[in-house]
Design a protein around this ligand. Structure first.
Ligand SMILES: [Zn+2]
Length: 157
């Protein structure tokens, strides 16, 4: 969703700048960080228990907080959703997508991560966690960027 009115005074925005109060409002894609948790060519996915894409298999991850480094976001999200402590190993790639009913533009940073601690347990937004072999992946993977990330991972094997 692209806003056309100033968040400060409500008047029209022209490009980034308000025509009335001169407030500058940058509109960028929202960054997210995803954790591809890999072990023995298997990937850990969570079945979503909430909308959007309820019931579909998802890569652990989520939106970066304001000012949060994506490496910190990926560790935080992996911990929240899987109870595992992970360490980013490499960036798999960056994938553009849209999220939710407002089709918010997202910039999705995919990390391949290592497990360094914790006991696997599904977070509140997930029905369950399951390991999938690269050749036996479920067909109902949530979000276009999630499907692209899994394709990119498989292409590296
Ligand atoms: Zn304004």
């Amino acid at each position: 969703m692209k806003y056309t009115n100033c968040p400060k005074c409500g008047n029209n925005l022209e490009q980034y700048k308000c025509t009335t109060c001169d407030f500058v409002f940058y509109q960028n894609s929202k960054p997210t960080a995803s954790a591809l948790i890999i072990k023995d060519n298997k990937i850990l996915l969570g079945r979503r228990s909430i909308e959007p894409s309820k019931g579909m298999w998802d890569i652990p991850g989520g939106f970066c907080n304001y000012g949060e480094h994506p490496e910190d976001a990926v560790k935080r999200e992996a911990l929240e959703e899987t109870s595992l402590i992970v360490e980013p190993k490499e960036v798999l790639g960056i994938f553009m997508d849209e999220y939710g009913v407002d089709k918010e533009s997202t910039l999705n940073i995919a990390y391949i991560v290592n497990i360094v601690g914790g006991e696997e347990k599904a977070g509140d937004d997930l029905e369950k966690l399951e390991w999938f072999s690269y050749d036996k992946l479920p067909s109902d993977i949530a979000f276009e960027n999630g499907r692209q990330m899994i394709e990119a991972w498989k292409n590296k094997l």
